[in-house]
Design a binder for this molecule. Structure first.
Ligand code: 5AD
Length: 431
């Protein structure tokens, strides 16, 4: 009987992809994936440390896994909490078999075979074996282009958990995308902490050139990328988006705050005015872009006035999607030295106001799609209703629609939008 594994993933797209890589290499070893932690021979928890809450969850979840695991099974902790607290985890939970950081995803075989318990380095060769990625979607492939982060945002733990920036050679990226497209994955999503800091280590090609190369590859029906840093948006990058209709009209551009004073304390490398100027440049070239953003509420020293500036910036940009978080102090980050913590009740009030306002805007945004006919990339039957087709628009809204269920997945088809739902659109395929 083949061995089995269970894997649970928290956090960002990078973590998702790391889990796809871990899962792929286990399948190559003959392991089978199971969804029940009680039956698995190997239990992996791929953790996130971006905020304190997810980090606290690790130990409670570990306790549950210990109780669930059958005799002889192994437990491994991966991801950013493992990277930061690996030794502490082994000290506090000695029954954990190994901890490994994001730099060691390509080394799972050695860790399992060699009985290595602590793998927290960042090897020069990350062993990115794209043929062994266990991709959950039949139509989409996520592809790493750059790992790590060289920014020093004062709130952020990522530079310590994912290391310095390392760009992948463009030849490897193109080979991976060709192979994904050959398998029917016609939607490509380029991943990195700061995708627009990309620099091919061999050709010095920048992100704009990479976009142009990938968008021109045969069979790439839609090209997306996440995350872009506002300070590194170039005119060439904007031109690449404008000139290639298969590049998604969706741009995640985290602003974090609308107050230049707070942005300076965050070391975000732009002011409110500079951010708005970037948005204006993009809108001038690609008016239909759907912007999304991340906001931190209650950053140390954030005044009512600062928060009002965040509210007014959101009004001004009119984001389609918005992710907001209460500031969470992270060990080793320089924001800890700023003092002036914000009362949790104040932060809660602010974030609730922000969500309320955004929900209203989002309803208006979605309603504006009613009656339009848009190209939708068909991804498969809806998860909730197998009689309904589901896919996404160029600007990344999910559309559930009626149509021919024999349509091959990965087909781009015109859909008339009939009705806006809470977070999605409903429609019908048109001939
Ligand atoms: N506290 C709260 N939110 C944070 N983020 C990053 N670090 C913190 C922190 N210490 C948010 C930022 C980032 C997103 C991925 O998580 O908004 O863009």
């Amino acid at each position: 009987m083949s061995k089995t594994f269970f894997i649970e993933t928290w956090g960002c797209q990078m973590n998702d992809l790391d889990s796809q890589r871990l899962s792929g290499s286990l399948k190559l070893r003959g392991y089978r994936r199971v969804e029940d932690e009680h039956t698995a021979d190997l239990l992996l928890l791929n953790t996130c440390s971006i905020r304190e809450k997810s980090e606290q969850k690790v130990f409670s979840r570990l306790g549950e896994l210990r109780a669930a695991k059958k005799e002889g099974s192994k437990i491994g902790i991966c991801g950013c909490v493992a990277q930061r607290d690996g030794e502490a985890i082994l000290a506090r939970a000695p029954w954990v078999d190994f901890v490994m950081g994001p730099g060691n995803v390509g080394y799972l075989d050695e860790i399992l075979d060699g009985g290595r318990r602590l793998a927290l380095d960042f090897p020069e060769d990350r062993r990115y074996d794209y043929l062994a990625i266990d991709r959950p979607s039949a139509t989409r492939a996520q592809v790493t282009i750059i790992e790590g982060c060289n920014k020093n945002c004062t709130f952020c733990i990522v530079p310590t958990t994912r290391g310095r920036e390392v760009s992948r050679p463009i030849t490897g990226i193109v080979a991976e995308i060709r192979s994904a497209v050959a398998e029917g994955r016609v939607e490509i999503e380029l991943l990195g902490q700061t995708v627009n800091a990309y620099r091919c280590p061999q050709t010095r090609a920048d992100f704009a050139s990479l976009l142009t190369v990938v968008a021109s590859l045969e069979g790439v029906k839609r090209l997306r990328f996440i995350t872009s840093h506002p300070a590194e948006v170039t005119d060439d990058m904007i031109a690449a988006i404008r000139d290639h209709s298969n590049i998604s009209r969706y741009l995640h551009l985290p602003v974090q705050s609308g107050s230049s004073r707070v942005l300076r304390r965050m070391k975000r490398l732009y002011t409110r005015e500079q951010y708005l100027a970037v948005v204006a440049r993009i809108r001038a070239a690609v008016p239909e872009v759907h912007f999304s953003t991340d906001i931190i509420v209650g950053f140390p020293g954030e005044t009512d006035q600062d928060f009002e500036e965040t509210i007014s910036l959101i009004e001004e940009v009119r984001y389609g999607s918005l992710f907001a978080f209460k500031y969470s102090p992270r060990p080793g980050t320089s924001a800890l030295r700023l003092g002036s913590p914000i009362d949790d009740a104040v932060a809660s009030e602010r974030i609730n106001r922000l969500f309320e306002m955004h929900e209203e805007r989002k309803r208006e945004t979605l309603r504006a799609y009613e009656g339009r006919i848009l190209p939708v990339l068909y991804e498969g039957p809806s998860r909730h209703d197998s009689e309904v087709l589901s896919g996404r628009t160029d600007d990344n809204w999910t559309v559930n629609f009626t149509g021919d269920l024999r349509t091959p997945i990965g087909t781009m088809l015109p859909v008339r939008i009939q009705q806006a739902q809470h977070h999605t659109l409903r429609g019908e395929a048109v001939a």
